[in-house]
Each structure stands twice: as structure tokens, then as C-alpha cells.
Design a protein around this ligand. Structure first.
Ligand SMILES: [Zn+2]
Length: 123
């Protein structure tokens, strides 16, 4: 009687999901451009700047660049890596918005409300 090789069975499932690589890559590119701060979502159409702790409306936060990350293996799982600028202190940072059925309403409403200034800023 011989045993199955557990490693052989698991190999396929253990590969890192490709979407994480893509999000990391996009985040790193924005970091290199100086978007070193952090933004977080605190409610529908409201975000928090990690630098000044203010909570500006998403409509005030400047969207300077974005990179869409589509996951080929799962069309429902989509993300957008955004390069943002705080309207209060001018800090620049990165935030990843999620889309698809599992994304929160806050994610969707904040992203939709962002002040689009792509092409005006650094990126
Ligand atoms: Zn700020």
C-alpha cells in the first residue's frame, strides 16, 4: 500500500493568486512616484487621510492616477489601485478599491465620488 504525495496534490492550489502580485506591482509603481501615504474609507463617500487624520469627503479627494487590476481567473474580483491626494494637507497616498459582488457599498460610492484630476498631477 502506497501513500499519495500530499505535496503533489497541493501544488496547484499553493501558487500565489495572480491578483495579489498585480496589486502589489501597481502599488509599488505609485510608491515610486511619491504616493507614500495611506488613505482609508470611513463611510459612504468619506475617506480618512493617514497623514493629517482629517476625514474629507471623497468628492474632495483628488484622484491623480489609477490602475485597474482585472483578475483573469475570477471576473467578479476586480480592483482599482488609486493614487490620491489629500485636499487638507496635500499628502499623497495609495488606496485599493474593490469591485464586484463582494465589494462594499463604501468602496463603490467613494470611488465614484473621487475628484478626477488624472493627468493634472504627477502621474
Ligand atoms: Zn491629509
Amino acid at each position: 500500500m502506497h501513500k499519495e504525495d500530499p505535496m503533489g496534490v497541493q501544488t496547484e492550489a499553493r501558487r500565489p493568486p495572480p491578483e495579489e502580485d498585480s496589486i502589489d506591482d501597481a502599488t509599488r509603481r505609485f510608491l515610486d512616484l511619491g504616493f507614500i501615504g495611506e488613505f482609508s474609507i470611513v463611510g459612504p463617500r468619506r475617506m480618512r487621510c493617514g497623514a493629517c487624520r482629517e476625514e474629507p469627503a471623497a468628492g474632495e479627494v483628488k484622484l491623480l492616477a489609477l490602475e485597474r487590476v482585472d483578475v483573469a481567473t475570477d471576473p467578479d474580483d476586480q480592483s482599482v489601485v488609486t493614487a490620491l491626494e489629500c485636499p487638507r494637507c496635500g499628502a499623497r497616498g495609495v488606496h485599493v478599491f474593490s469591485f464586484g459582488p463582494t465589494a462594499s457599498m463604501e468602496d463603490k460610492s467613494c470611488f465614484a465620488a473621487l475628484r478626477n484630476e488624472r493627468g493634472v498631477g504627477a502621474a
